[in-house]
Design a protein around this ligand. Structure first.
Ligand code: 0L1
Ligand code: MG
Length: 262
C-alpha cells in the first residue's frame, strides 16, 4: 500500500491497515516530509476516533520517549503520548500470539490507575498522586507499524506511539507507600536478565511524567478520566521477543508481571 494523497484520513487508513494486516510500511514522512508535530497529533486523534468508530473504547493514555537516553537518540527534548484502547489490555495468564504483531518489543513500565477525572495545564506531581488510586507493575508491548522500527518523531506520534498491547500485574499498591523515584527494575527473557533500570529514568519520577501528559492533554482541552490506566513510560530499553519466549519484569516493592508468547 502506498500513500497517494497524504490526507489525514488516508494516513489513518494506511497505518490501521498495516496494523490489521501485520505488515510493516514505509514511514509517512518519506512521502510527506513537511508534516509537523502538531499535524501528527491531529492524525493520531483521528486514528483513535477511527478505532472508536470500529467499536473500541479508550481506556487510558501512554507516554513514550520519557528517558533522556531515548530523547537524545531521537534528537528531541520532550516526551510524547498516545492512547490505550480496550483491545490492547492483555491478561497475564493468557499467552500473546506472536503472529498478532509485526516486530514486537517489550518494556517495563509503572501503571497508574486514576480515581478521579483530572484536567489542566498546571497539574503537579502531587495532584497526580492525589488522584491515583493504585500503581502496579506493567509491561508494554510496542510494535511500530514502520519498516525496521525506524521513524521520526512525527511518524511515531501519528502511529499512536507504537502502541500495541500491555499487561498489568495483579498487585496494585497505594502510591503513597512507595518512593516512586527509586524503584529498581529488571526485565528478563526466559529467566535470563536482559536489561535493568530504575524508575528515575522516567522523567526523574513516573508521577511527574503523568503530570506532564495531563498538562499536554490540557492544552487541547482534554484530560484523564476516572478509571483510566496510564502507562508512565519505559524504565529500560525495549527487548524483542519471539514465539515461545517468556518475558518478566521484576519491580522492587511492586512485584512482577510477565507474559509468554506463542
Ligand atoms: O512506549 C514507548 O516508549 C514507545 C514510544 C515510541 C518510540 C518507540 O516505538 O520506541
Ligand atoms: Mg512504552
Amino acid at each position: 500500500m502506498q500513500l497517494m494523497q497524504g490526507t489525514d484520513q488516508e494516513i489513518v487508513t494506511y497505518l490501521l491497515t498495516a496494523e490489521k494486516e501485520k505488515r510493516e510500511v514505509e514511514k509517512i514522512t518519506t512521502r510527506l516530509p513537511d508534516l509537523t508535530f502538531v499535524q501528527a497529533y491531529e492524525i493520531q486523534q483521528k486514528l483513535i476516533e477511527r478505532k472508536e468508530q470500529e467499536g473500541l473504547r479508550r481506556i487510558g493514555v501512554k507516554l513514550g520517549l520519557t528517558s533522556k537516553a531515548k530523547q537524545e537518540m531521537m534528537g528531541v527534548h520532550e516526551a510524547i503520548y498516545g492512547y490505550l484502547m480496550d483491545d490492547m489490555l492483555a491478561p497475564e495468564w493468557e499467552p500473546v500470539q506472536h503472529s498478532h504483531f509485526i516486530h514486537p518489543k517489550a518494556e517495563p513500565e509503572i501503571a497508574f490507575l486514576i480515581n478521579e477525572d483530572i484536567q489542566g495545564t498546571s497539574v503537579t506531581t502531587e495532584d497526580i498522586l492525589k488522584v491515583t488510586k493504585y500503581i502496579a507493575p506493567a509491561i508494554e508491548i510496542i510494535d511500530s507499524r514502520y519498516l525496521d522500527f525506524k521513524f521520526t518523531l512525527v511518524d511515531v506520534v501519528a502511529d499512536n506511539c507504537s502502541s500495541s498491547k500491555f499487561i498489568v500485574g495483579n498487585k496494585w499498591v497505594s502510591a503513597e507507600k512507595i518512593n516512586l523515584k527509586e524503584i529498581g527494575v529488571y526485565l528478563s527473557k526466559n529467566s535470563e536478565v536482559a536489561t535493568t533500570g530504575t524508575s528515575a529514568a522516567v522523567l526523574g519520577d513516573p508521577a511527574a511524567a503523568v503530570a506532564w501528559a495531563v498538562n499536554k492533554l490540557g492544552e487541547t482541552g482534554r484530560g484523564l478520566k476516572k478509571g483510566e490506566i496510564i502507562l508512565s513510560g519505559a524504565i529500560t530499553e525495549a527487548i524483542s521477543f519471539q514465539a515461545g519466549d517468556t518475558i518478566s519484569a521484576h519491580f522492587a516493592e511492586l512485584g512482577s508481571v510477565s507474559f509468554s508468547s506463542k
